[in-house]
Design a binder for this molecule. Structure first.
Ligand code: M6P
Ligand code: ZN
Length: 188
């Protein structure tokens, strides 16, 4: 029998957002985000003075085939780059029929969702459950002072398509206002 066809069980630490054992884990530093931040666009080719860890992603490994689902955890640390809050890269699914479910466990954030010239913003606070419909790009932004922890589930064969967002960004950007609170700007 296919070994991957057995039930999997892991431990999800709601405090830290870590999934144990660690099947698949990646760290995204500022150097991995060149071109994504407004400020970074001007200094794209200059060496970075520091390279902070912006977010971490834990994924349970399942077969990437139709019908399978990936449980995953994203931990976005607090902070900002040139006044723009730490955020995920954001992506469309390669399979435009693939939706995703997001649930916020800790922290305070915003979820940007974009499709066909429309960009919607949902508040992410503990208990917020958001359905990201098929065809909508999605990006999480930490606007709080502690880690933002989000649990998500998506179809294993969805695929991540970063190209359009990397080139054009989202239609909205989340910047720190004068009093430190988030202000959503229309991207220029
Ligand atoms: C969520 C899911 C993952 C995604 C992660 C980080 O956990 O949507 O599929 O990889 O956020 O987002 P990104 O890949 O856009 O950096
Ligand atoms: Zn996704």
């Amino acid at each position: 029998m296919d070994a991957l066809n057995y039930p999997l069980s892991s431990y999800y630490d709601f405090q830290t957002g870590q999934i144990v054992p660690r099947d698949s884990y990646r760290q995204i530093h500022l150097s991995d985000m060149r071109g994504y931040y407004l400020a970074d666009r001007e200094t794209l080719h200059e060496p970075l003075k520091e390279d902070p860890l912006l977010y971490e992603v834990y994924e349970c490994q399942v077969p990437a085939k139709p019908g399978e689902m990936v449980p995953c955890s994203t931990i976005i640390h607090p902070g900002s780059v040139g006044g723009e809050f730490y955020m995920t890269k954001g992506h469309y699914h390669s399979d435009t029929n693939a939706a995703e479910i997001y649930c916020c466990l800790r922290g305070h954030g915003l979820l940007l969702m974009q499709h066909g010239g429309q960009c919607l913003v949902e508040t992410m606070k503990p208990g917020a459950l958001v359905y990201v419909p098929a065809g909508w790009a999605h990006r999480s932004v930490n606007v709080g002072s502690e880690d933002l922890i989000i649990f998500a589930i998506y179809p294993a064969d969805a695929g991540h398509d970063y190209g359009a967002i990397r080139e054009k960004g989202f239609l909205k950007r989340v910047l720190r206002g004068p009093d430190g609170s988030p202000v959503v700007h229309e991207a220029s």
